[in-house]
Write a protein that binds this ligand. Structure first.
Ligand code: PMP
Length: 392
């Protein structure tokens, strides 16, 4: 018998979809894939070169479980300069992607029966990880009419004596919603007052649009910093999803435990990948690369939003960040039964792939990642429109 703890575990539906699309494409099918949760840019050459150099220099052995010191020093500088938070290198743990940073943080914090506030639509992995540690995800349903933005008033209703952690993910996967500063301030103050830890997943910090500024909750005050775990990665910002380098920054006594958990599980993020990640921060070209991606995604977002709005019976919130758009297709999905059936229908009839909203705790929606060319976005949405019209 397998353990009860793992009896509910499912493969990440987003990765499963990518695999299915690749399979169909390999068979020669012409599919427009809005499924991928990763930038379509290649990792910059200067990052690859730094990694190759590290390999050639023999930097191929175990590293400290918290990560190589130069990388933690560079992250400390980055967090101060860009995020306005002072973290010593001893308060930073480099992990195998943000996913592992989240996994180890949940492992460090959660006891059987603890409650974790999870705003929905949520990224697919959060509830699975929370359940693995015997805790309970408490779903805080966000409203499309409010742009899927978390508010303190909404959050208050879900707090109980068992509430231990709030998961914040702004900009959000899958909605692209960004929590405005005033609201973030109130949410953070409430967490301080109620002794609730904040896990702030900042993977999409580089992708914020309309001149908005990204804000890390830990920068708001010392009190907030003391209860916050700032999680981030190189995966999206530098288009390094396969490299598996992420990190968590938090007060030292927690960081030490997370580094120990890392040492007893993964040991360390891959040595030469860490040297590549260091170059991403150090090389002046890094910033220009990120800005090139950001402005490209902003244009694509505008295009996707305008085209989706034209489809009858579809409503869509204009995302403020990340690289996803999350149209409401419930008018059509109810005709077929549910959004899973709709996603299958779109793939079969429309030759276009997106991830059903139910994977993110939001039945009736479809997540489209706009990590593809403007031509493909236009063609893909044309196909969606065509397939949906057949259902009218
Ligand atoms: N958090 C969010 C919100 C994400 O969308 C993702 C990737 N899809 C991750 C974390 C995981 O990032 P990484 O690849 O660095 O593990």
């Amino acid at each position: 018998m397998l353990s009860k703890r793992v009896s509910h575990i499912k493969p990440a539906p987003t990765l499963a979809l990518s695999a299915k699309i690749n399979q169909l494409k390999a068979k020669g099918e012409d599919i427009v894939g809005f499924g991928a949760g990763e930038p379509d840019f290649d990792t910059p050459e200067f990052i690859k070169e730094a990694c190759i150099k590290a390999l050639k220099e023999g930097k191929t052995k175990y590293t400290p479980s918290a990560g190589i010191l130069p990388l933690r020093e560079a992250l400390s500088e980055k967090l101060l300069k860009e995020n306005k938070i002072h973290y010593n290198p001893s308060e930073i743990v480099v992990t195998a992607g943000a996913k592992m940073a989240l996994f180890l943080t949940f492992m460090a914090l959660l006891e059987e029966g603890d409650e974790v506030l999870l705003p929905a639509p949520y990224w697919v992995t959060y509830p699975e990880q929370i359940l693995l540690f015997g805790a309970k995800p408490v779903i805080v349903n966000l409203d499309e009419k409010e742009g899927f933005v978390l508010t303190v008033e909404k959050l208050k209703k879900y707090i109980t004596p068992k509430t231990k952690v709030l998961v914040l993910n702004s900009p959000s996967n899958p909605t692209g919603a960004v929590v405005p500063k005033e609201e973030l301030q109130k949410i953070a103050e409430l967490c301080v007052e109620k002794n609730i830890f904040i896990i702030s997943d900042e993977c999409y910090e580089a992708f914020v649009y309309d001149g908005e500024e990204f804000l890390s909750p830990a920068s708001l005050s010392q009190e907030v910093r003391s209860i916050t775990f700032t999680v981030n990665a190189f995966s999206k910002s530098f288009s390094m999803t396969g490299w598996r380098v992420g990190y968590v920054a938090c007060p030292e006594r927690y960081a030490k435990v997370i580094a120990d958990l890392n040492s007893q599980s993964v040991s360390n993020a891959t040595s030469f990948a860490q040297w590549g990640a260091l170059e991403a921060l150090r090389n002046p070209e890094g910033k220009a690369f990120v800005e090139r991606m950001r402005s490209t995604f902003e244009r694509r977002r505008n295009l996707a939003y305008e085209l989706l709005r034209e489809i009858p019976h579809v409503s869509v919130v204009k995302p403020k960040g990340a690289f996803y758009i999350f149209p409401n297709l419930s008018y059509y999905s109810t005709k077929l039964g549910n959004d899973l059936k709709l996603a299958e229908y779109l793939l079969e009839v429309g030759k276009v792939a997106g991830v059903p909203g139910s994977a993110f705790g939001a039945e009736g929606y479809l997540r489209l990642s706009y990590c593809l060319s403007e031509e493909d976005i236009a063609e893909g949405i044309r196909r969606i429109k065509f397939a949906l019209e057949k259902l009218l």
